[in-house]
Design a protein around this ligand. Structure first.
Ligand code: CA
Length: 429
């Protein structure tokens, strides 16, 4: 039987945040940042719960972690602690399980989500961006190497690079168009506002306890090291990228801003939506043994990912954002546990709150491209309802990602929104 919550909005069919989700985030209340849990259209103040003794039967370190201003201490505790807290919250918020007196105390700790100010959920010490979608890698590769889109390492090595954490911002933060060196063909490089500004639709995994320096994370333990998932927009300036990226890879084309959604969905909430990992086509090499999944049958996640675009004029006219692509996380060539294990395979230490992003998630079909660059393959540019066309993003464009897991027998598990609006460059070229 599917459990219901006494928070009535959590039982709405369309809510992202039913009792079965319970994602964690950090919100501003008074002059403080508190950890909160999303339930329907409300946020439950976890610090309040801890201080009111509502979590008293949990281990002291769990209660203490709930009073922090970031999720890192909770992330560090590991999956046994996460499960215990999740069970407790399910009891406190459940229609059948919460006794009246407790329910009245919990009710006082709910805050409406629509006027809450969300913060970054964790202090992010390290940010790594991968390239795990083969459909993205092939489509982008084809633009540059039509005969040979995939480089020979792709099916062996989960490709990634170290990103920058200081410019990771929470959903809703304005994104300033970056300036940089642009090198048009047959012209000298010049410093100017980027013209080929793009989004990248990605999913981020927050690291749990992590590993000591020098100690790898075996693939059988890698899932235990994932606290939860969020949406990531890895904004990219393609014209800066194409001039700067050789030989060391992305730098200023990527690190001017990265937007993440404020709610971190626990991996446990996604259990009903686990699916087999992407099937490698016949003839592809098997992963090397250290990357060989112990649970291929349920190593993937059926998570639908959508990109919406609203230009400034559309927003002014009250036109709804336009869906520009829809993909699914299940198409990743490299799964999240493989990314964790590969990252630590050389002894590199991952720490609680580190963020590993998948890289642009694209599917095989037309319409599932996770960035505008891939749409260059298509004969027509993106046409917005107001008649404007887009090859890349213009100033005033608002990009919104949504993610959700859905099936008939289970409440929808949503990720909320990951949104950013482009503002004009601060220096004119
Ligand atoms: Ca990326």
């Amino acid at each position: 039987m599917v459990l219901r919550s006494w928070v009535s909005s959590a039982n709405d069919r369309d809510t992202d945040f039913p009792l079965q989700n319970l994602p964690y985030g950090v919100f501003r209340t008074g002059n403080e940042n508190h950890i909160g849990v999303a339930i329907g259209n409300q946020i439950l103040d976890l610090r309040g719960c801890a201080e009111q003794g509502l979590l008293a039967d949990l281990p002291a370190e769990v209660v203490s972690a709930c009073t922090a201003a970031v999720l890192n201490p909770l992330m560090a505790l590991g999956s046994t602690a996460w499960s215990a807290l999740r069970r407790k919250l399910t009891t406190l918020l459940g229609e059948e399980s919460a006794v009246q007196e407790t329910r009245e105390r919990v009710e006082l700790l709910l805050a409406p989500m629509n006027n809450a100010t969300m913060q970054l959920p964790a202090q992010i010490g390290g940010y790594t961006d991968f390239y795990a979608s083969i459909h993205h890698a092939e489509r982008v590769g084809r633009l540059f190497r039509p005969e040979n889109p995939l480089l020979p390492n792709y099916k062996y090595v989960p490709i990634g690079y170290n990103g920058r954490t200081s410019s990771i911002v929470v959903s809703g933060t304005a994104i300033r168009r970056p300036c940089g060196q642009l090198k048009p063909q047959q012209a000298e490089p010049a410093f100017a506002p980027a013209r080929s500004l793009d989004y990248e639709l990605e999913v981020g995994a927050f690291v749990g306890p992590g590993n000591a320096l020098g100690q790898p994370i075996p693939i059988v333990e890698a899932e235990e090291d994932i606290f939860g998932l969020c949406l990531v927009n890895d904004w990219s300036a393609r014209d800066i990228q194409s001039w700067e990226y050789q030989p060391l890879g992305p730098f200023l084309a990527k690190n001017f801003a990265t937007t993440i959604s404020p709610w971190v969905v626990p991996l446990e909430a996604l259990t009903p939506f686990r699916v087999p990992a992407y099937e490698r086509p016949a003839g592809d090499p098997a992963p090397l043994p250290y990357l060989n999944l112990p649970n291929r049958d349920c190593a993937g996640i059926d998570l639908t990912l959508e990109v919406y675009l609203a230009s400034e004029s559309m927003r002014r006219a009250g036109t709804a954002p336009m869906l520009v692509s829809r993909g699914n996380l299940r198409h990743l060539y490299w799964t999240l546990p493989q990314l964790v294990t590969h990252h630590a395979s050389n002894g590199c230490n991952l720490r609680p709150g580190d963020l590993l992003a998948t890289g642009t998630v694209s599917g095989p079909e037309v319409g599932s491209e996770g960035c505008l660059l891939e749409k260059r393959d298509r004969p027509e540019p993106v046409r917005l309802p107001d008649g404007e066309e887009r090859v890349f993003l213009e100033d005033g464009d608002q990009v919104m990602f949504r993610g959700y897991c859905q099936k008939p027998s289970w409440p929808r598990i949503g990720f909320g929104e990951c949104t950013g609006t482009i503002v004009s460059a601060s220096v004119k070229g």
